[in-house]
Every structure is written in structure tokens, then in C-alpha cells.
Design a protein around this ligand. Structure first.
Ligand code: ZN
Length: 164
């Protein structure tokens, strides 16, 4: 399902388990997370509805290294892929701190995983699995998770002026 969040932001949600995927159109076509591989065909058809073949995605940002957020990354052959080196050891993943998009503020929020971060774009927060719009927070019992880190990260997020 496609939901338009703002003029240049779309959210894709899927039938089976997997993260949402967000498309942001700036001067480049940017995806935040790629969902789980079981949602591959739905992701392709959602992009097709917006007249975007996978080859026209320029940048992918992975909020953290869990399979339900990264499953379709290989589909986007022309995209540069950014994530935190604290989560990703794969050398093809570029360090998120080197992403040069001035409109995006990267907020490191370890807790769900060591390399989890959120992206603030205008007043919209893309929060990965750190927090959810219904008010919950991400699991802390997976590898790299930490309750103390999560507590610190939530304090940082509370100071922001955001809508979900
Ligand atoms: Zn996760």
C-alpha cells in the first residue's frame, strides 16, 4: 500500500512481515530501508505506480542492520547504500556520517542495535525500530541491543520538535 505523507514523501507498507519503506524525492530519489525480501514484488509494483524503476533509485539509507529492513537492497543496482559501520561490516555500505544531504539530520540512537539511527527531515522523523508511531519502542534483547543506550537515545529524541 502506498501512502503519500507529504509533497515529496511516500510510505510503502506490505502484506507480509517487514519494515515500511519510505521514498523521498529531493534532487535525488532516496529510499529509507528496503523491507523484507518477501515483500520484493510489492515494493517493485509500488515504485512502478510512481513511475520509478528500481534503477532510478539513487540513494538507500538503512536505519539498521536487520533483515526485515534490508531485504531488497540488492534490487537497486545504481544506488549508493548508507548505514552505520557499527551495524554493517560489508564494505559496500557507506558510512552514514558521510551522507551529504544537508536537508537530513542524522541522529544516532543506539539501543535497538549498536548502529541504529534516526533521520530528521523537516519535521518528519524516520525512526527505524527505535520508536514506533503508536508509542512503542524497539526490542533491546537482540544482538547489539542495550537498555541503557536506548534510554539515552530516547532522551535525545524527546528534545526534538517532531511529528511522527
Ligand atoms: Zn530491527
Amino acid at each position: 500500500m502506498i501512502q503519500k505523507i507529504k509533497q515529496n514523501i511516500w510510505q510503502f507498507t506490505f502484506q507480509s512481515f517487514g519494515s515500511s519503506v519510505y521514498l523521498i524525492k529531493l534532487n535525488k530519489n532516496i529510499l529509507i530501508d528496503t523491507g523484507s525480501s518477501s515483500n520484493k514484488n510489492e515494493l517493485i509494483s509500488s515504485l512502478r505506480e510512481l513511475n520509478l524503476p528500481p534503477s532510478e533509485i539513487n540513494i538507500i539509507i538503512l536505519t539498521h542492520n536487520h533483515w526485515d529492513h534490508t531485504g531488497n537492497t540488492d534490487l537497486f543496482e545504481n544506488a549508493k547504500v548508507y548505514g552505520s559501520k557499527k551495524d554493517f561490516k560489508n564494505e559496500k555500505i557507506l558510512e552514514i556520517d558521510e551522507l551529504n544531504i544537508p536537508e537530513f539530520k542524522i541522529i544516532h540512537t543506539p539501543g535497538h542495535s549498536k548502529g541504529s539511527f534516526c533521520i530528521l527531515y523537516e519535521e518528519v522523523l524516520f525512526s527505524g525500530d527505535t520508536i514506533f508511531h503508536h508509542g512503542g519502542i524497539g526490542r533491546m534483547d537482540l544482538p547489539g541491543g542495550s537498555e541503557q543506550d536506548m534510554k539515552n537515545s530516547l532522551e535525545i529524541l524527546q528534545k526534538l520538535n517532531i511529528k511522527f
